[in-house]
Design a protein around this ligand. Sequence first.
Ligand code: DC
Length: 648
Amino acid sequence: MTGPASAPRALVVTGGVPCTGVVRTPGEKSISHRAVLLGALAEGTSVVRGLSDGADVAASLRAVEALGAGVERRQDGTVAVHGGRARLHRPEGALDCGNSGTSMRLLAGLVAGFDWETELVGDESLSSRPMDRVAEPLGLMGATLTGRGARCEPPLRVQGGALHGIEWTAKVASAQVKSAILLAGLSASGPTTVREAVTTRTHTEEMLAEAGADLTVEPWGEGRAVTLRPSALRPVDWVVPGDPSASAFFVVAGCAVPGSAVEVAGVYGGPARLGYVRVLQRMGAAVTLHPSGGNTVTIRATAGPLQGTSVAAAEIPSLDEVPALAVAAAVAEGTTVFTEVGELRVKEVDRLDAVAAMAEAFGAAVRVEGDTLAVTGVGGALQGARFDSRGDHRMAMAAAVAGLAARPGARSVVTGFGATATSYPGFAADLGRLSAHAGTGGGAAAPCPLLVAIDGPAGAGKSTVSRAVAAELGVDRLDTGAMYRSVAALALARDVAPEDTSAVAALADSAVIEVGERVTIDGLDVTAMIRSAEVGRAVSVVAANPEVRRHLVTRQRAWAEAHGGGVVEGRDIGSVVFPQAPLKVYLTASPEERARRRHDEAPEGVARRDRLDSTRDASPLREAADAHRLDTTGRTVQDVVQEVLSWL
Ligand code: DC
């Protein structure tokens, strides 16, 4: 049941908690992909500092590993890539690029240089993206690429080997296509030239040159021509600068949450990536850029009043910063008009609609007309809100910032927060660190995973209500009673007397108990068995054993850590297991109603169990002082669930 901490599935944010301190965003994605791929080709060990920890770059890492490169995640947070052409070999299975178009197109170029066949596959969305744009030039170089249909959609098969250089003039402005051709060109006979009328991101040629490739760049019209001669690469210690789009969330928090002073260090400052900073400056924000070596900048932001402005799409080319800027607009005095932002409709979700819904939920007035979004701010603190990210990482992060910009003490809940894992799994932790600095006075709390503790006696409705609340919030649920029942069932199966405290504690310590929709002990399905009358009789004795409780409470806490919070039901969840839970519920019902609900158990059995559970010494059933109490007698499930959700 243990596992690594994961991004909260739902985040609880308290308004008015200022952000102070220094933060670094995860490594810029384009540079991260290239550091990994060049590392695989370079003769020796490359070390990458600040690699993006999102799912896309993880796909590139898995791919180069499958090709024979060594990938070593070091204690200090760096990633070492042990590469070299002689190490690489035909992968055993297909290379899974997940959702990452960059991985697939760049890898196509990389493997084209080797005389074997590689299959590249991706998720549903990647499987409908065109690969003909790389298939054509790589085909001209001597590789054979096959995919589905005229657009050569994945799965993509690449038969590589014996390439020769080509002169290629770009048909679509694409840094990915340029990069694929250059990676293939490393092992081609003769020089390879790529001409582009519009200069696309220049990371590949810059990083190839740094790794010792024989390469020249010349102006070509408005764009450039890159010529690469066959080259071996040497390892480089890469320092990946911070992602500029991710910096926007912290900078907006710094500007919009009173009392904040935030510094985002080591952000990639390349062309056109920090347009959002100029927008904030026009809004009157105290935001400044400071060169910090190489291609990076440090951004400083201090809170102050904001005014509405006009934002042209061209200022923020990928539109990635609109969700964060919409939060600033919601806080500002007056109206901020974003023009020509229709492209937002075809992002991961209809982000135009999502941004509008978010700004509205937090109290701003919003108008969408055609491709124009107008947000009229409240001129101060927002209202708290419950908002769902719709599975979009940027919406989740923006809503968290909006929650901080709400009135002091107002609580917001952002569901669908797990989406942040695609680009920034550590976002909640980083935001929490910034707001924790200031969180000492007044009991203000930093953002934290949503954990709902539901306690109460047998038959009070805990299971039904916790299941429904978890479903509404999109989080997981843990039935801790099933864990105690599992230990009791195991004792009975092993002929261990429930009263034999040390023997039962040893079972609780060693058994692998998995509680989800099904319950298993050491891999064996016991879902039905733990509900037997026999187990029902034994469980109260087992649950009164302090050693058993100690083992199971440790596992319950680990579960919450690994699941990014959730809904946990039991008897001592709010009082002992998670005393800090942001929402505690204590359910009751009349004895008659509880007996009716537990019709499978004799009424005297339920009464006996309740008596034992509430009179034992070790964590007896007890209502936490700060729990919301709710009598479910005669009420519908939907009604109860809505009331519980209203307490958020
Ligand atoms: O929720 P349930 O009725 O399935 O729980 C079975 C027993 O486990 C119950 O009699 C009390 C005990 N229990 C406990 O002591 N602490 C918990 N957190 C959960 C259950």
